[in-house]
Design a protein around this ligand. Structure first.
Ligand SMILES: Cc1cc2nc3c(=O)[nH]c(=O)nc-3n(C[C@H](O)[C@H](O)[C@H](O)COP(=O)(O)O)c2cc1C
Length: 147
């Protein structure tokens, strides 16, 4: 059975909700999912899974800021065991900001630098994830197809 780890950082709960939606869809596709808050996750754990999904909201005004809890984990990705791993990145944001979901772009750049393989374009959700249900489920299906 294909295993996937979903790791998320979320301040007001939107990216956490998004993670649960992705988790349920992937479970329905037959994947074995572990979904964890980034505060409970060490970069070294990534080696135990076939697929890694990283979720982070975006903060800041003038420049891209990752969700606070995600910052130390992002820093540790440089030395994480993700070379050759299948990875997807997602997050919630607000398109009225200059860098809409900039955290997704920043994490994707870090994954590429570290040798991870992006298996889908980053999922950027504008506002409430429940309003983007179709887009979210279709992204999860793309991840499942690439498993
Ligand atoms: C002070 C502040 C700065 C923000 N900066 C950005 C930003 O630069 N880009 C963006 O896409 N969203 C930005 N947002 C919107 C949040 O990312 C959005 O509310 C998101 O749903 C929060 O997700 P979370 O609950 O998972 O943390 C900002 C929100 C606030 C309050």
């Amino acid at each position: 059975m294909t295993t996937a780890l979903i790791v998320y950082g979320s301040t007001t709960g939107n990216t956490e909700t998004l993670s649960s939606m992705i988790e349920k869809q992937l479970v329905s596709k037959g994947l074995k999912i572990t979904c964890k808050n980034v505060t409970d996750t060490q970069a070294d754990e990534l080696k135990n899974y076939d697929i890694i999904l990283l979720g982070c909201s975006t903060w800041g005004e003038e420049e891209i800021e990752l969700q606070d809890d995600f910052i130390p984990f992002y820093d540790s990705l440089t030395n994480a065991p993700i070379k050759g791993k299948k990875i997807g990145v997602f997050g919630c944001g607000d398109s009225s900001y200059t860098y809409f979901c900039g955290a997704v772009d920043a994490i994707e750049d870090r994954v590429k630098e570290t040798g991870g393989i992006l298996i889908a374009d980053g999922l950027k959700v504008d506002g409430d994830p429940d309003d983007a249900r179709k887009e979210v489920l279709s992204w999860a299906d793309e991840i499942a197809d690439a498993a």
